[in-house]
Design a protein around this ligand. Structure first.
Ligand SMILES: [Fe+2]
Length: 267
């Protein structure tokens, strides 16, 4: 298996193009999408066109469902405004592709979904211990990949040893080796391409590579992109300014040269 895994693009074409270029430069030609292609950003149709040509597998996110499903359950004010804007802009072919996405998909040793495997249509967040335990109770493959929180993370479980779960940080550039034959279950959150929610504003994605049946190497990757251009498009589209500003790097204790997107990583 050799693929790039993207999630939570949120209609940010500049971030998506940077990720695709980076992945192709590393010889990843196959792409998997974990959902939320649209919502918040100004380029829903272009992002869907890009992914439609690239992805063998695409998963339904809550924003994708909101656009084609006609409801805005659980959306906050900004997300609701963006949802209405997106609904009014998506083409027929974009809506058709979004509606064709699956809530879960099995792929060899892996299963893909947007939030968690405990009722995937509920789009729960894989953050708290009860949600993680419920997820693992529904994971029957050694590997799972999710998005939705926009924050990269990695959790693993050793059911045979009686351990419910252990939580690991999924660090930038970090590669984790997974051997499906050792009885361990893993779930990776690949972060967000187009709307990261931590101090780092770079686009995130993950790659998986390894022989059929493993062991697999999973790596979290980070790519700088033209966030100013994506933010400008959001402002020009008449979407809330806060959606534009939140794409731009913010100075903070962990950020050097914030305007250039260079990040000093702490543990
Ligand atoms: Fe999202």
């Amino acid at each position: 298996m050799k693929a790039a895994i993207v999630s939570d693009i949120h209609a940010n074409l500049e971030a998506l193009q940077a990720v695709v270029e980076d992945a192709r430069g590393r010889n990843f030609a196959s792409f998997l999408c974990l959902g939320d292609v649209v919502g918040y950003g100004a380029d829903p149709n272009a992002c869907v066109r890009t992914l439609r040509d690239l992805c063998a597998v695409a998963i339904m996110g809550n924003h994708d469902e909101g656009v084609v499903g006609g409801h805005a359950n659980g959306f906050n004010c900004l997300a609701g405004i963006a949802l209405e804007w997106t609904r009014s802009r998506v083409s027929h072919s974009t809506a058709e592709w979004l509606a064709s996405c699956h809530y879960t998909m099995d792929l060899g040793d892996a299963v893909l979904c947007h939030g968690t495997l405990a009722n995937p249509k509920a789009f729960n967040y894989l953050i708290f211990a009860d949600a993680i335990a419920a997820h693992f109770a529904n994971q029957d493959k050694p590997l799972a990949f999710v998005g939705h929180t926009h924050v990269p993370a990695c959790y693993h479980a050793y059911p045979e040893a009686g351990e419910i779960q252990t939580v690991s940080r999924f660090g930038m550039g970090e590669t984790i080796e997974v051997d499906p034959s050792d009885g361990t279950y893993w779930v990776f959150n690949v972060g967000s391409v187009g709307r990261p929610r931590d101090l780092c504003r770079n686009a995130r994605y993950a790659t998986i590579e390894g022989p059929e049946r493993g062991p697999y190497r999973i790596t979290l990757r980070e790519v700088e992109y033209d966030a100013e251009a994506a933010a400008r498009k959001i402002r020009e589209a008449g979407l809330p300014v806060k959606l534009a500003d939140s794409l731009l790097p913010r100075p903070g204790p962990n950020v050097k040269n914030a305007g250039k997107g260079n990040v000093e990583k702490n543990s």
